[in-house]
Design a protein around this ligand. Structure first.
Ligand SMILES: [Zn+2]
Length: 443
C-alpha cells in the first residue's frame, strides 16, 4: 500500500515537472527593460524612419536605422559564435504602387536567422517594424520618432535575439525588422513571398506592433493587459474547405487561431501575472498590420500588442493642440511593459522552436457513435500526442489527454457532437506543437 502510494506520488511529480521547464523562466528573467529602452531611444533618435526617407545619412532616416539594426543583430551573432545569419531582403516598389508611394523606393527588411538543429527548414518568426510616420503618410522629412509605433516592437525583437541566441533549438527562429508597414504592408509582403520562393515551412509569425503603451485613450492604465489578434480561418482556403466547415465545424479554428491559443496557454502557464486577451479578429477594426501578408500567403500569423492604445500618440505630427501634446515620443513608452511583451514572444518562440512539428493529417470519426475517434499522421521526433477538446463555446482548449506514442485513439464516452477537438505532438523534452483541428473524416 505504502509502496503504491509512493509510486503514485512519483508519477505525479514526474508529470508536473514535465509541464514546465526552468529554461523558460530563465528566458523571462533575461529580458532587459534597460536594453529595450536604449534601443527604442536609439531608433527614435534617427529623426524619421519613414520608408521613403533618406538612406544616405549616417544619423538620420531609414537607411541609417536599418544599418544600425543589422549591426545590432551582427553584434548578437558575434556573441554566440556566429549563430545568426544576418542579411537584407529587399524589393523595389515603384512610385504610384499606391498613393503612399510617392517615389520609387527599395523596401529593405533585416532578417537574422538562428538555424534549428533538427528541423532547419521550419521557421518561427518574431517581427517588429523599422519604419515610422506622422499625420501625413507621405511626409518623409519631418521628425517621426515612432517610439511606440514601432520602435518598441523592433527593440523587443532585437532583445529576443540577444536572449534566445544563448540557446540552441530544434527549429529555426527568425528575428526580423520590416519596412514599408505604414506605406501598405510592403515589407511583410516581400518576406512572405521570399519564404514561399525559398520553400520555407513557416510555423507562424508573431507580429509585434506597438508593445510599449500602458495608458489608453479609454482612460485605463494597465501594465498586464495585452492583445493577441488572430483571424478565424485562412483567407486562401478552398471552396471545398469552406463548405466542409458548415458540417464539420472549424469556424473559429484556423491555423492562426491555434497559434493565438498556443501563446495564450504558454503565457497563462509561465507568466500568470499577465492578462493575455485573445481577440477574435484579424486586427483592430478596419486597420492593418504586418502579420496580414503572411496570412494572405497561407501562413499562421498573429499580432501581439498593447491592450489600451492612445491615438494622440500614433501617426501624429509632434505638436500641442488644445492643450494636448500629440506625437509618438519616447516619454510615452513604458519599457518594463515592453520587456514583458518581449518575454511573451521569447517564451513562445522557444517553446515552438523546441517542439516537434504538428501532425499533418488529423482525422476524426465517431458520427452516431458513443465515442469520438481519432487517427493522425506520425510525426518524426514526437514522443507522443495529446488530444484536446473543449466546449463549442469555449475559446481555449480546456480538456486534454496525453495518449502516448500511438497514431489512433478513441475517447470513450466523449460524444463527437458536443465538443471541438484537436491533436498536438509532444516532444521528449515536453514541448508541444500547436493543436491541429481535424482536417479529415473517417468512419
Ligand atoms: Zn503605425
Amino acid at each position: 500500500m505504502k509502496k503504491l502510494l509512493l509510486l503514485g506520488l512519483l508519477t505525479i511529480s514526474l508529470t508536473l515537472t514535465a509541464q514546465t521547464d526552468q529554461r523558460i523562466y530563465d528566458i523571462i528573467d533575461a529580458v532587459s527593460a534597460e536594453r529595450i529602452e536604449n534601443d527604442v531611444t536609439k531608433l527614435a533618435n534617427f529623426g524619421t524612419r519613414h520608408t521613403l526617407s533618406d538612406t544616405v545619412s549616417r544619423t538620420r532616416g531609414i537607411g541609417a536605422a536599418r544599418r544600425w539594426i543589422k549591426s545590432e543583430f551582427e553584434k548578437t551573432s558575434q556573441a554566440c559564435n556566429g549563430c545568426l545569419n544576418v542579411f537584407y531582403q529587399k524589393d523595389l516598389v515603384k512610385k504610384g504602387a499606391n498613393q503612399r508611394i510617392v517615389h520609387d523606393v527599395e523596401v529593405v527588411n533585416v532578417l537574422a536567422i538562428q538555424k534549428g538543429t533538427k528541423y532547419p527548414n521550419r521557421y518561427i518568426i518574431m517581427s517588429g517594424d523599422i519604419d515610422s510616420r506622422v499625420s501625413d503618410p507621405t511626409n518623409f522629412t519631418d521628425d517621426s520618432p515612432g517610439a511606440n509605433d514601432n520602435a518598441s516592437g523592433m527593440a523587443g525583437t532585437l532583445e529576443a535575439a540577444r536572449v534566445l541566441s544563448k540557446y540552441t533549438f530544434e527549429n529555426s527562429i527568425i528575428y526580423m525588422g520590416l519596412s514599408g508597414e505604414e506605406q501598405g504592408l510592403f515589407g511583410g509582403g516581400g518576406v512572405a513571398q521570399y519564404a514561399k520562393d525559398q520553400g520555407w515551412e513557416i510555423i507562424g509569425i508573431f507580429n509585434n506592433d506597438m508593445i510599449g503603451n500602458i495608458k489608453g485613450v479609454d482612460g485605463i492604465v494597465s501594465n498586464t493587459d495585452f492583445r493577441i489578434f488572430s483571424e478565424p480561418v485562412p483567407p486562401n482556403e478552398t471552396e471545398e474547405q469552406r463548405r466542409a466547415r458548415r458540417f464539420y465545424g472549424g469556424e473559429v479554428d484556423g491555423i492562426s487561431r491555434q497559434l493565438a491559443r498556443y501563446v495564450h496557454k504558454t503565457v497563462k502557464t509561465y507568466m500568470p501575472e499577465m492578462n493575455p486577451m485573445m481577440i477574435y479578429r484579424l486586427d483592430r477594426f478596419g486597420r492593418g498590420g504586418h502579420h496580414r501578408p503572411f496570412n494572405d500567403a497561407g501562413f499562421a500569423g498573429i499580432r501581439i500588442m498593447e491592450a489600451h492604445e492612445n491615438y494622440t500618440q500614433q501617426h501624429q505630427d509632434i505638436r500641442v493642440d488644445d492643450g494636448i501634446a500629440y506625437g509618438d515620443v519616447l516619454e510615452h513608452v513604458n519599457f518594463e511593459y515592453a520587456a514583458k511583451l518581449t518575454a511573451v514572444n521569447a517564451i513562445n518562440l522557444a517553446s515552438l522552436a523546441w517542439a516537434p512539428p504538428a501532425p499533418k493529417e488529423v482525422k476524426i470519426g465517431g458520427i452516431v457513435e458513443p465515442s469520438a475517434k481519432f487517427q493522425w499522421s506520425k510525426v518524426d521526433g514526437a514522443k507522443g500526442y495529446k488530444i484536446y477538446w473543449r466546449d463549442t463555446t469555449s475559446p481555449t482548449w480546456d480538456n486534454s489527454r496525453y495518449v502516448g506514442d500511438v497514431t489512433e485513439f478513441t475517447l470513450e464516452g466523449i460524444v463527437i457532437d458536443n465538443y471541438f477537438f484537436g491533436v498536438s505532438a509532444v516532444g521528449a523534452n515536453g514541448f508541444e506543437s500547436p493543436v491541429v483541428f481535424p482536417n479529415g473524416i473517417f468512419r
